[in-house]
Structure formats: structure tokens, C-alpha cells
Design a protein around this ligand. Sequence first.
Ligand code: PRP
Length: 182
Amino acid sequence: MAMPEMKILLTRDQISRRVAEMGAEITRDFAGQTVVMVAVLKGAAIFLSNLSRHIQLEAHFDFFGISSYRDRTRNTGEVKLTKDVDHSLEGKNVILVEDILDTGLTLTYLKDVIAAHKPQMLRVAALLDKPARRVVPVRADYVGFEIPNEFVVGYGLDYAGRYRNLSDVCILPPEMIEPEKE
Ligand code: PRP
């Protein structure tokens, strides 16, 4: 199927420059240490792969899966773990990698899950932050871009499983959002 025309919010060049800066900042903050980069499937996979290549430290990868049971077009929903990390995070420098911080429900839940591992340090890196949608007051330590309250896709972010592979972050036109089935 052909890709629809969408308005670009962040170009691939803007993203690439900012991701490089974030990687340099993390490299400085954790100088001489080892980090475990923990990404949340699936959306954060592209951000993880690009961010990690700008981190000049020993870096390990692990992954959480969360249920996609809730809907990103709505402010509600329950967060459930569908995949836990493979290795304990005890005593580790953990960088939780998220593509977007929206309501904050996922991050709040995962922070508790990670805290139970007793890491040495936990930092959160989010490519996008949409503060207008926040339901729980939670923040990321490294933020790529603060964005307006638009439904965005691309660079890992999907709508109904589509558009993750767009290189730019684009705004999904409201007419493309299907009404919720009750
Ligand atoms: C997105 C994103 C975060 C979460 C943030 O995941 O990757 O995990 O939503 O939203 P919140 O702040 O409102 O909790 P999504 O549920 O779309 O799953 P996906 O990564 O598989 O697309």
C-alpha cells in the first residue's frame, strides 16, 4: 500500500542531530561506566538503535514488552508487562529508552518494575515528550523534543501497527484516525 502524504513534524536530519547530542550527553554523564539500555517494544527499537550508536561506553541491551491493549488515541488504559527483561538490573546503570512519553502511565509502571530490581541508577531517555497529555506527573531525564498534542507516527511510532518505518516524525491527519469501537 502506498504511504499517505503526511505533514512532517520533525525531519530525519533534526532527529539525527538531536539523537547524537543525547548520546554525547549520556556518554559524558556515565563516563567510565557500563550502562544497560532497556527499551520498550516495539516503538523504541529505532530510537535505541540510533541512540546507542552515539554512546561511547560499554552498553548492554535488554527489552520490556508492554501490552498494546490500551489505545494511544485515548488517555485511559491499563499497562501490563508482556515481556520482562532477560537479565537482572540489580546494581546496574539503567537507561530506560522510550520513543514517546505521553500520559506517563507506561513510564510510571516501568519505573516501579525497574526499582524492584534495585539498580544503581535509573535514567530515562525519551525521544518525544508530549506534556499536554500527561495523566501522571513523571518526567524523563533526557528528552529529544517536546511536541504539541498531535498524533504522531514514524521513527518507531505507529498507528494501528503502521508507519513505524517512516524516517521522519509525521502528524497523522485526524481524518485517518478511525473511530473507536465500543
Ligand atoms: C507507546 C510508547 C510508550 C507509551 C507511552 O507505546 O512506546 O511505551 O506508548 O505512552 P504513555 O506515556 O501514555 O504510557 P505503545 O503502547 O504505542 O506500544 P508500541 O511501542 O508497541 O507502539
